[in-house]
Ligand binder design. Structure first.
Ligand code: ADP
Ligand code: ZN
Length: 215
């Protein structure tokens, strides 16, 4: 499948991308994961991105497009891809359209994940992420906790609260989402590519998206 996941921070994009990928071998691609790995490894990209990310601001479009063009050209994307956290601005959406035309591939659709604001806030403040750059598994201290000692169940590295999960950074991320990313809903609607999905229970949302893919 070739799907874009759209939705506010905390809408469930990361979890749903990983579950959908298990279904047909499409690769889940998270710009947030790519950027966090770069920050951890201290690469040039990481150095440029870190400050924007810690305060919850967007990383400049030109950097993101460079990363995504290289990523989407990798051979593993031929099976399909699930984009999580990209595009995030109208500029990125237009550039993605050009890039996909160049690569001669078409999106199936954009899945807009919707959840009430109080649920989103609760998810963001209770989220824990595995600090191993190659894993980045997502947990929730209430309904999907890591091991008792706080270690990741998959790779046993420690889990942590991300630097952008302070109350201040969360408020900023939500504000930026409404300003810069929410307009993509209208953009994809005009393109005839928008489908809305309620995102309360991940497994239910995943089966709805699978149904839409096979329809
Ligand atoms: P979220 O849970 O907010 O969706 P992500 O893991 O997708 O978090 O992204 C974390 C941070 O990485 C963002 O706040 C932003 O600084 C940066 N980032 C990720 N994707 C993009 C993008 N497509 N454009 C600009 N910045 C991005
Ligand atoms: Zn892990």
């Amino acid at each position: 499948m070739r799907v874009v996941l759209l939705g506010a921070p905390g809408a469930g994009k990361g979890t749903i991308a990983k579950l959908l990928a298990e279904f047909d071998g499409s690769v889940p691609i998270s710009t947030g994961d790519i950027l966090r790995s770069a920050v951890k490894e201290g690469t040039d990209l990481g150095k440029k991105a870190k400050e924007f990310m810690d305060s919850g601001d967007l990383v400049p479009d030109s950097l993101i497009m460079e990363i995504m063009e290289a990523r989407l050209r990798k051979p593993d994307c031929r099976k399909g891809f699930i984009l999580d956290g990209f595009p995030r601005t109208i500029f990125q959406a237009r550039e993605l359209k050009n890039l996909l035309a160049k690569l001669s591939v078409k999106l199936d659709f954009t899945a807009n994940l919707e959840a009430p604001r109080d649920i989103i806030l609760d998810r963001l403040t209770t989220r824990r992420t595995c600090c191993n750059p190659d894993c980045q598994a997502i947990y929730n201290i209430k309904n999907n906790p890591p091991q008792e000692d706080g270690a990741c169940k998959l790779c046993h590295h420690q889990t942590m609260q991300r630097d952008d999960e302070t109350e201040e950074a969360i408020a900023n991320r939500l504000e930026i989402y409404h300003q810069k990313t929410a307009p993509l809903i209208g953009y994809y609607e005009k393109e005839g590519l928008l489908k809305n999905f309620l995102s309360l229970v991940a497994d239910d949302t995943v089966s709805e998206i699978k149904k839409a893919i096979s329809a």
